[in-house]
Design a protein around this ligand. Structure first.
Ligand SMILES: Nc1ncnc2c1ncn2[C@@H]1O[C@H](COP(=O)(O)OP(=O)(O)OP(=O)(O)O)[C@@H](O)[C@H]1O
Ligand SMILES: Nc1ncnc2c1ncn2[C@@H]1O[C@H](COP(=O)(O)OP(=O)(O)OP(=O)(O)O)[C@@H](O)[C@H]1O
Ligand SMILES: [Mg+2]
Ligand SMILES: [Mg+2]
Lengths: 464, 464
């Protein structure tokens, strides 16, 4: 009587596309722009390339139907991976432990899929990796089997006389620019603030040409791939590491597989878990795996993650961007030391701006600017962990009340940003992350308190 | 330099488990209880069975490790589907167009997966479909390949002398009952309010035995599977229907494949899309598919969905439940006529309660009780479409202000509830749904306004 069936991941996200940020044509327009821009920025930054991203959104003449074209000078996609990279959900190059904007292996594809189901048209991809040829193809997604369908005879090889590297993605979709343009422009502006080394241009359906020009040629350091941090590992991770390890002794297995764990720490851990350091990892019993995971969870002396794998904005650049954008009377930014959750290193940066051009928030709201891995997060602020942290802090202790002209900035960089939604709208309430946000904001709050108290004293003195 | 790979859906949700409601041990405890209870309630209600669900959550003696056991008298799972139903992500019996709590094909599995990665132990399943035998097995999930691993020699056949039908799921996991118990008890209480025909019992880790006894033997009508509603279809849906249709004329294809669309409407539609009614559906060109979809989107004369496929709570039961729970001075409930979005029929029910036992909300907050397909939604209220609708209504027009002792209730039933998150926490901002919520609340607001005005008059008269 019940009909039992399996569906493909593409079918799952087609049926539940609001889960990926495609709730309605307005939100879809925003999501399509951001997913493609984030792919382009990743393709540049992870390869030490100064990003140049060209976005054009034009009307096609059919009501509500737009054409989007995004071009970048990033690393490009090798020929053999082009169909899957753009046509297979849960496929990509960002499943490794490294700080990138992308992480799910579906953002670009969902944008393409949405275009396909609203206009029944294909996506055109051109990509070059800096070699003597570049490649072009047109494809659609077979949603039920989650496979790319190459059209027009497959991938064409084109001459590449300038040895160009980059990617061009172009397709049509049904959207609503007029109701999403406010957020789209905010997205570009806030991105430009924290990416002073990027050239971004945006041609709108109304024919307006926005250009955000780079003001520096200095790229931040490239985020590196890392080993998992030992704090917060789970049984599945241990099982996978054991499966592919070449170490035949537990002490080697532990010291080669985790971030900043050396022989001494490995021996201390194995002692606590009561596991013989010379035991072959592949002979661990189920019970021993659990003991090891619990010992790792309770061990307090792990070195914190190395900041070198992460690429934060930095306090000076954060302050500069805030000053340029809001012209506050006071601003203070702080960058916390690295921490980790579930094996993932992360860094929280925060800032508080007060007065000057900062407006008091609407009643019941908070001026909260959020970023994660250098992506501005513009939706669902009230569900974000930062919002919850701000609500829980006793601001009166800092002579601050939330109805003042005050603005909060929180940026999280991590090898895995703990988004609550596939549409990357807001961040989940992870205890270690909430803790770091709270202390970052309290540090800024203390500075604002000193400023406000000295201001009060100065005014009192002036009055006498 | 970039490493390209695909991952399985199980691996995706393992890596991103906060997306499925497993942000931290507190939230995981809640999610595990609700996912299993919702599976049990579906298994009963969709088969006309008065639900009896027994939940026990016990401490195992190991710190933070609980054992959960959920037993129901539902339809059970046939032997051949047991491993996939409980061990393969994106597998289930709820992919059809019918009102059920489950819809994604992963909730129960994610609970099992979370138990597995925190305790490295297996899940025990016993299930019977009312036949002379029942089945028992123990399994774990191979996450990287998204397959069940049957332990202890596979599925065992056991005698079933009482011809029992039902399912028992039992496994261990790392959780935090003390910090999640408030919400878990709210979940049971709010479920019991709207399910007066269900027996639910819950044994807590503290040894407390909660029993919610049924007060009626009258089951609501069983939700029926339906054809998609023609309003809001997309190209992919048309393509799939065309692929499996046996109709060889468009007029038959249209009138057999959509909810409440007859020959007359089919002909009118095909005329607008300029498609020959006698054309073979399998010969539709890409262009014609788009024309058809657009014609269907713009056609205004479709009959609204038939309410018979949906199973709302109903105004009397809603009022009864609110009165029992909150003892308000005034309460009014309304059930809107069926509407649809993206081809999915839905009904909105709403109520407003005022005064009496209703407390004024905390500053900046709203007393908003939300339900979807009879599931109480207890998290992320501020992101829900209902919250946004309430914030956007001009309450002063109804002599209401949001700081009064006022409580709002919104229930949505649909063949597909448009959740924004895989953890089913809150509902996406779908225009058609927001519209229905707005008018349902305004209808209640008008009744409250009359009540308040007559109360003011009565008080004024008494004072003279
Ligand atoms: N502009 C681009 N330049 C180079 N590679 C790209 C580009 N766009 C996509 N890719 C490749 O295609 C893959 C899939 O992209 P997609 O957006 O679907 O997923 P993702 O970026 O990995 O993760 P997410 O879903 O979080 O965006 C990427 O991992 C990347 O390897
Ligand atoms: N207690 C139960 N009784 C009968 N069938 C069940 C039970 N629990 C699970 N099933 C079957 O297993 C399938 C998978 O359950 P699972 O919770 O993983 O997904 P779902 O309920 O279909 O969707 P969702 O992810 O939204 O919960 C169900 O569709 C149902 O057919
Ligand atoms: Mg991407
Ligand atoms: Mg379920």
């Amino acid at each position: 009587r019940e009909v039992y069936e399996a569906i493909s991941p593409a079918d799952f996200f087609y049926r539940n596309r609001e889960i990926a940020g495609f709730d309605n044509p307005v939100r879809a327009t925003y999501t399509i722009v951001r997913e493609l821009v984030e792919n382009s920025l990743d393709a540049c930054e992870t390869h030490g390339i100064l990003p140049s991203v060209y976005v054009s959104l034009t009307e096609t003449g059919r009501a509500g139907v737009y054409r989007i074209r995004v071009e970048d000078n990033g690393c490009g996609v090798p020929k053999e991976y082009i169909p899957s990279a753009f046509g297979q959900i849960l496929f990509g190059s960002k499943y490794v432990l490294r700080q990138t904007r992308g992480m799910f292996g579906l953002g670009g594809k969902m944008a393409i899929l949405y275009g396909q189901i609203t206009t029944h048209s294909s996506v055109k991809i051109i990509s070059g990796t800096g070699g003597p040829v570049k490649y072009q193809c047109e494809l659609m997604i077979d949603i039920q089997s989650n496979k790319p369908i190459l059209l027009r005879g497959g991938i064409k090889t084109l001459p590449n006389p300038l040895y160009w590297h980059g990617t061009i993605v172009e397709f049509e979709f049904e959207g609503d620019y007029s109701r999403s343009k406010g957020r789209i422009l905010d997205y570009f502006r806030q991105t430009a603030i924290i990416l002073p080394y990027a050239n971004i241009s945006f041609i709108t359906p109304e024919g307006i040409y926005y250009r955000f020009l780079r003001v520096t040629d200095k790229l931040p350091k490239i985020p590196k791939e890392v080993l998992p941090h030992p704090k917060g590992v789970d049984v599945e991770l241990i099982k996978r590491l054991v499966k592919r390890t070449r170490s035949d002794r537990m002490v080697d297995f532990i010291s080669y597989n985790f971030h900043r764990v050396g022989r001494k720490t490995a021996l201390a851990l194995l002692k606590r878990a009561k596991i013989d350091p010379n035991k072959d990892p592949k002979e661990l019993t189920s019970d021993e795996i659990v003991k090891l995971v619990n010992a790792m969870k309770r061990y307090d002396n792990f070195l914190p993650p190395d900041a070198s794998c992460l690429s934060p904005i930095g306090p000076e650049l954060l302050v500069k961007g805030i000053e340029k954008e809001l012209k506050p009377e006071f601003v203070y930014a702080v960058q916390r030391k690295p921490s980790s959750y579930s094996g993932h290193p992360f860094i929280v940066e925060a800032a508080i701006a007060y007065g000057g051009g900062v407006q008091p928030p609407k009643p019941g709201e908070i001026n909260l600017y959020r970023y994660a891995n250098k992506i501005p997060l513009l939706y669902d602020t009230a569900s974000d962990v930062s919002f919850k942290v701000i609500k829980s802090i006793k601001w009166s202790r800092y002579r601050i009340d939330l109805e003042m002209p005050i603005a909060f900035f929180v940026h999280i960089v991590s090898t895995k940003v703990p988004y609550k939604t596939v549409g990357k709208e807001f961040i989940a309430d992870i205890p270690e992350v909430a803790y770091e946000i709270e202390w970052a904001l309290k540090t800024c709050a203390r500075k604002l308190k000193s400023y406000l108290m000295s201001k009060i004293r100065r005014i009192a003195i002036e009055r006498r």
